[in-house]
Design a protein around this ligand. Structure first.
Ligand code: ADP
Ligand code: MG
Length: 342
């Protein structure tokens, strides 16, 4: 009798998580939210704790032939802080676990921790523990971040309502373009090691790939302006994919407008140079770590003048689907291609 074998690629990353979640039974009343958002939410009496974890693997998430270890350390913390931000919470503590092979020296681990400590300083979090183990090959870093908020401040993926305004911070697609540039220069270098990579022109995009910043600044500003997003997610897999997550969790549709999508000039120019469609990069580029959120229309005037918050569309009824209205006025169905590792 042959055993049934299902390829992970048949389910995809999100399908696999849904599959695992089917067997999970929540037993504790303090578990307010388990699997399915940017972070879990735990009742802590007068406030809630939020917890998230992310794993970075050498060769999958970073390439040490162009990523300095210090940046890898910073990024490992920043991507977790970004998930805490996406819950509208404030990060307080992290744990860091590493697996290192004998290819790495103490100085190399020091460089990694220089970045980790810089991020802790930057986001005001304490490194409170972790684990260290040997690895057969390469470097692995797993960070868990813990944050805090009042229960009513938490923004879930599931809270978007019809007519809410869809907002996104910063600009999109830069990290993907940065990755393309770094990969191209790596190939040039491998083909001819005498060639010095020419990266001067690309510092914005490569910086966004190698050392992304979590948007805690926006979370603090939203508090000052007394705006609680009705829903929120961070853009780690690409805008279109994140819109799908919000629509699925909130049981709504969405319409976004091409002419409202934020793209940096260097990102646009470099995309064109690489023969990539800039809008496709904005929609499907990963690792931007910007925030995508929805607000009630009554809050619009509070955010209207913010230089780094862009109003890209609105929430519709679920039967209206998910659409991008192009500059020429045509509505095209959004596809969640995202950033897939499987
Ligand atoms: P993000 O991109 O915000 O880090 P993910 O897509 O990685 O979110 O994860 C979505 C949800 O699935 C989160 O709630 C996360 O904790 C959960 N999750 C991911 N992988 C696993 C796993 N192997 N087992 C249990 N839960 C998981
Ligand atoms: Mg996230």
């Amino acid at each position: 009798m042959s055993e049934k074998r299902t390829e992970i690629s048949d389910l995809g990353e999100f399908g696999l998580i849904d599959h695992l979640n089917e067997k999970v039974i929540i037993k504790n009343s303090s578990t307010i939210k388990g699997i399915g958002d940017d972070a879990a939410v735990i009742d802590a009496g007068d406030h809630v704790k939020v917890v998230t974890t992310d794993l970075l693997l050498e060769g999958v998430h970073f390439d040490l032939s162009y990523a300095p270890l210090t940046h890898v350390g910073f990024k490992a913390v920043a991507v977790n802080v970004s998930d805490i931000a996406a819950m509208n919470a404030i990060p307080k503590q992290i744990t860091v676990s590493i697996a290192v092979s004998n290819r790495f020296s103490v100085e190399a681990v020091d460089a990694l921790y220089e970045g980790i400590n810089a991020a802790c300083e930057n986001y005001g979090v304490d490194l409170i523990g972790g684990d260290t183990t040997a690895s057969r090959s390469g470097l692995m870093i797993s960070v868990t971040a813990i944050g805090e908020a009042k229960k009513e401040q938490i923004s879930y993926r599931s809270g978007a309502k019809v007519n809410d305004i869809l907002c996104v911070t910063g600009d999109l697609g830069s990290a993907l373009i940065g990755l393309q540039v770094l990969e191209r220069e790596k190939q040039v270098y491998l083909a001819n090691p005498d060639m010095r990579p020419d990266l001067e022109k690309y510092t914005v995009v490569t910086g966004r790939q190698l050392r992304p910043d979590a948007r805690m600044d926006i979370i603090h500003e939203l508090r000052e302006m007394e705006v609680v997003p009705t829903s929120m997610i961070d853009v780690s897999d690409g805008l279109a994919s994140e819109i799908f997550h919000i629509c699925k969790a909130s049981k709504v549709g969405a319409t976004i407008y091409e002419d409202k999508l934020p793209i940096d000039k260097q990102t646009f120019d470099t995309a064109v140079e690489l023969n990539l469609d800039p809008i496709t990069c904005v929609l499907n580029g990963g690792e931007d770590y910007e925030l995508l959120f929805t607000i009630d229309q009554k809050d619009f005037t509070k955010l209207e003048k913010h230089p780094d918050i862009h109003f890209i569309g609105h929430i519709t009824k679920p039967e209206e689907g998910k659409y991008l209205v192009t500059k020429s006025g045509t509505a095209v169905q959004l596809k969640a291609q995202g950033w897939k590792h499987f």
